[in-house]
Design a protein around this ligand. Structure first.
Ligand code: FES
Ligand SMILES: [Fe+2]
Length: 494
């Protein structure tokens, strides 16, 4: 797997760049047309929102110390409202369409028609974990308000779309075209009712316990577990533009899993098991990416990715858009998304309003099925029907059960732990991540760390610590004796 971090290898042709993205590479785009103009305009919208919600003094402080220090001046409880302010901004929509078009045309040099998503664009803002968890405003509170905004935006866009259709139909009006127009408007209304009923049914079908837990988390601490966007209705094989506005470091940004690319996952079980990647699938090495302010991280969003829990000292702000080369969808997608798409052909003519509506159900791509290799993994686990006490070591299994570089899940009666054998011997830590209770056995590990498969936090195998004081694993003591692995509670000298 080759990973290139610098986009501007000018010798590469456009096709090579696109192929490269489709081959699990990712790039940071430092220079693009109108970068400063777009960047300043987005910051302006943010500052206006800050002033509207918290006053002129707060705006001045943020202007002085930077948006990456927003958490020091702007209350975490108002972050959801700031998000909605940005998402509702027509100015941002315009900037994102133009920027996405420009990157697709000028940087990726896509000569064929390509597509971009309608409103609202994904605006991502997160506060450092220790600050964020103080907030009382939950993801459920946010989602309630967000769905109202989304409904409003979709309604506006639909109205504009219907007017445009009517205008087109009425050109050269005669009784046939009028009848046709009435017929197509009726079709739209019926279609909307059907979609509403279907999405409602899907919602009922796919409510799972993971939602409950996520819903109760503070909005300011919102993070996504590993997923692939086409599971949720994004067209297959698109490119994500993850535009870092401010403060994106490897301790709060995107986590990519390029070595996982192209592996088959039966994600239909997601709804029943967890919120994102189902439990039981070991992820590959996480690539944590720091993106300079104003630069864009490009990756194929069919690559498994997640957010990194914000364990930095910065507020992290990013805006995300996508480029779709074709409008084909995963037929197993859990739901439809977006109000429609915009075509590069229209944007090229300066038309930022021509929404293209596509029914996913008519554009399923059956071809991707069966192409992927199934995900194969080796899981070693031991069940012990006793408690771990400080006094008595427990005999677990034969030493050769666990080879160098392997890890093993040990389910005891009172706790779960993970043993890792590396070149320095055996290391044992508690199995459950203290952030959101995800089992670390699905995470990648190396000689020094085990990485949470949820949101990328690295835990030291020697003392269980992470970069965040609030997140620490218990450590235990394990050793080989007479060909058997023994486990005991850690003592002070270990
Ligand atoms: S970092 Fe979120 S569950 Fe582990
Ligand atoms: Fe995503």
């Amino acid at each position: 797997m080759s990973i290139t971090i610098n986009f501007f290898e000018k010798t590469k042709s456009s096709n090579q760049l696109l192929e490269s993205l489709n081959d699990a590479n990712y790039f940071i785009l430092d220079e693009f047309e109108n970068k400063k103009e777009y960047y300043d305009a987005v910051k302006q919208v943010l500052l206006d929102g800050i002033e509207k919600l918290e006053g002129a003094r707060c705006r001045q402080l943020v202007e002085k110390y930077g948006l990456c220090k927003l958490h020091e001046y702007f209350p975490a409880d108002k972050l959801a409202d700031l998000d909605l302010f940005v998402k509702g901004s027509h100015q941002i929509k315009k900037i994102m369409l133009q920027l996405t078009f420009s990157v697709g045309t000028n940087n990726l040099q896509i000569s064929d028609e390509f597509f971009m998503e309608g409103n609202p664009f994904a605006f991502k803002i997160s506060y450092p974990h220790q600050v964020a968890i103080q907030s009382k405003v939950t993801n459920a509170d946010y989602h309630h308000k967000y769905s109202e905004l989304r409904k409003k935006i979709c309604l506006e866009e639909n109205l504009k779309w219907q007017l445009r259709q009517t205008e087109i139909k009425f050109r050269g009006l005669n009784i046939d075209t009028l009848a046709q127009t009435v017929k197509s408007l009726t079709k739209i209304v019926v279609g909307k009712i059907k979609t509403f009923i279907q999405s409602h049914q899907k919602k009922t079908l796919h409510t799972y316990p993971g939602f409950e837990r996520i819903a109760k988390q503070p909005y300011a601490a919102k993070v996504h577990q590993p997923h692939i966007d086409s599971w949720y209705g994004a067209p297959l094989g698109g490119t994500t533009l993850w535009w870092a506005i401010e403060g994106a470091t490897e301790d709060n940004g995107v986590v990519l899993y390029p070595d996982f690319f192209g592996q088959a996952i039966d994600f239909r079980d997601i709804a029943a098991s967890s919120s994102y990647l189902p439990f039981g699938i070991t992820v590959t090495k996480p690539h944590k990416i720091s993106v300079p302010d104003g630069s864009i991280l490009l990756f194929n969003y069919d690559m498994l990715h997640s957010s990194h829990l914000n364990i930095s000292d910065y507020t992290r702000i990013a805006i995300i858009s996508q480029i779709y080369l074709k409008l084909e969808f995963n037929s197993d997608a859990l739901h439809e998304r977006g109000s429609g798409f915009y075509s590069s052909k229209d944007i090229a003519k300066g038309d930022l309003e021509n929404l293209i509506k596509v029914s996913m159900r008519e554009h399923f791509d059956e071809l991707h099925k069966g192409k992927q290799k199934p995900h194969v993994e080796k899981r070693i686990s031991v069940k012990v029907n006793s408690d771990l006490s400080a006094k008595t070591p427990i005999a677990l299994c034969n030493s050769d059960t666990l080879g160098i570089g392997e890890k093993m899940l040990i389910n005891l009666r009172n706790e779960s732990v993970i043993a890792i054998r590396n070149a320095n011997g055996l290391r044992v830590v508690s199995a459950i991540c203290p952030h959101m209770g995800i089992n670390l056995i699905d995470g990648f590990h190396d000689e020094q760390h085990i990485y949470c498969p949820g949101h990328g936090v690295a835990y030291c195998l020697i003392d269980g610590s992470s970069k965040c004081d609030l997140l620490k694993l218990e450590v235990y003591h394990a050793y080989d004796r007479n060909g058997v692995i023994f486990l005991e509670k850690v003592t002070s000298e270990v």
